[in-house]
Write a protein that binds this ligand. Structure first.
Ligand SMILES: Cc1cc2nc3c(=O)[nH]c(=O)nc-3n(C[C@H](O)[C@H](O)[C@H](O)COP(=O)(O)OP(=O)(O)OC[C@H]3O[C@@H](n4cnc5c(N)ncnc54)[C@H](O)[C@@H]3O)c2cc1C
Length: 407
């Protein structure tokens, strides 16, 4: 009888595992069990419907820096399969990819369906069986003493058996509970990649304004990030904020997302900004401070910060006192905002937490507790900032789990 592999979860990691496994072990019978009525649903909605497949980052040592959790563990795996390999793999399947200016990689079609079709066809061509509407409700491990033992999987009335079990169920709490039952330790889940809410009046009516490069940090903590920043109708978002939310996912959860955010809109040193203002006091002496925008800031934001510094609307540059200059410098480089909650970032979000990484052998993504159990993707305590890195972790884990010898 051929050896059987059951893969629970028909997402990115599940499909990549199945495809690679079918290549490495063509004699195996490989089945994906998916609870939904369709597979690869997260791929469909990913990247605003465009699917940010990976990132143009070629050095494993650089790549791991984008992972707040799992970076250290992924270093070895990235030496075996990383972003360049992902691009090469999709290219070999006939999918044209493009690299955008910020390094994100998308299909040229700008349509996630291209990636879904590619994975679906690659799996089908290699004989992978896919069963949808099959929600796994119970996992029974093989008896410890039996080498080559058999896993029993229950899904409603149905019962499946396999020598190798792969869990690629993403962040499903019910499966994490089953894994605890199997003796695995779990790092409690918390959201990552979210926007910050604030009711601060300085941002009133500024929704839609974006800054090309800002620095943000959380007062009283070491957490810092930089990048483009977007003012939204609820507060702030954009890469700088999402990065901070990812690095701060664990610390911010117990605070219930109430903290003080410090924003340097210009990503400039305060003394350099103060000098610029000093210069403007001379060169713009007869002009009103609020008549036009300075320092490349959008006019509406500039006016709001000038007002917040206590400078009257009609005041001329020549009348700028040193105290006003310092107050404006502070608004420009260290504006403090009281954050009162978080909002979902619709483009991409993930869960931090999952199976404790100490219990995984990262050469093969094999459980150290059950040698015939493999785990890949978001079910593990691995997550990244936005930009294609989360899928890359799923492709890499799937590739290595797929290559891993049975039991
Ligand atoms: C809106 C959004 C946009 C995103 N965009 C991007 C992006 O552009 N680039 C990027 O890198 N990352 C993106 N991400 C993150 C990325 O989607 C995930 O990191 C990735 O999908 C994880 O893959 P996975 O296979 O581990 O899990 P999933 O894709 O979540 O797949 C898990 C599968 O398991 C199934 N399952 C769960 N429990 C069971 C069960 N008991 N029985 C059977 N089946 C089960 C689920 O139905 C699901 O199909 C985005 C996330 C979201 C939410």
């Amino acid at each position: 009888m051929p050896k059987r592999t059951l893969i629970v979860g028909g997402g990115a990691a599940g499909f990549f595992t199945a495809i690679r496994r079918a290549e490495c072990f063509p004699e195996e019978e490989i089945t994906i069990l998916e609870r939904g009525k369709a597979v690869l649903e997260k791929v469909r909605i990913s990247g605003g419907g465009r699917c940010n497949v990976t990132h143009a980052c070629w050095e494993p040592k650089e790549l791991v820096k984008f992972y707040p959790r799992g970076g250290k563990e992924l270093l070895g795996p990235f030496h075996k399969f990383a972003c360049g390999d992902t691009m090469g793999w999709f290219g070999d399947q006939g999918v044209e990819l493009k690299i955008e200016d910020d390094g994100r990689v998308f299909p040229v079609s700008d349509n996630s369906q291209t990636i879904i079709d590619c994975l679906w066809q690659a799996a089908k061509r290699r004989g992978v069986r896919v069963l949808t509407r099959t929600r796994v409700s119970k996992i029974i491990a093989p008896p410890q003493a039996t080498p080559d033992g058999v896993w029993t999987i229950l899904a409603g009335e149905e019962r499946f058996e396999a020598e190798t079990l792969v869990l690629t169920t993403g962040s499903n709490p019910a499966v994490w509970k089953m894994l605890e039952g199997l003796g695995h330790r779990l790092v409690p889940p918390v959201p990552s990649l979210f926007a910050f809410d604030t009711k601060d009046t300085r941002l009133r009516n500024l929704s839609g304004i974006s800054l090309p490069w800002s620095q943000v940090h959380i007062e009283g903590q070491k957490l810092r990030a930089e990048g483009p920043l977007l003012i939204t109708h609820r507060g702030m978002s954009g890469p700088a904020i999402l990065r901070l939310s990812a690095w701060g996912a664990r610390e911010l959860a117990p605070k219930k997302y109430h903290f003080t955010l410090v924003v340097n809109w210009l990503a400039m040193r305060p003394q350099d900004v103060a000098e610029k203002l000093q210069e403007l006091r001379k060169t713009e002496a007869k002009r009103q401070l609020s008549a036009r925008a300075y320092l490349d800031l959008p006019l509406r934001l500039w006016k709001s910060l000038v007002a917040a510094a206590g400078i009257p609307d009609a005041q001329q540059w020549s009348q700028l006192s040193n105290a006003q200059r310092d107050a404006l410098t502070e608004q420009l480089t260290a504006a403090r905002f009281s954050i009162t909650g978080k909002s979902t970032n619709k483009e991409e979000f993930v869960t931090a937490g999952g199976v404790d990484l100490r219990e995984i052998d990262f050469r093969s993504f094999r459980s150290k507790i059950h040698p015939s159990l493999l785990l890949a993707g978001e079910v593990l305590d691995i997550d990244a900032i936005t930009g294609g890195f989360n899928f890359q972790a799923a492709w890499t884990g799937g590739y290595l789990a797929g290559s891993s010898e049975s039991g």
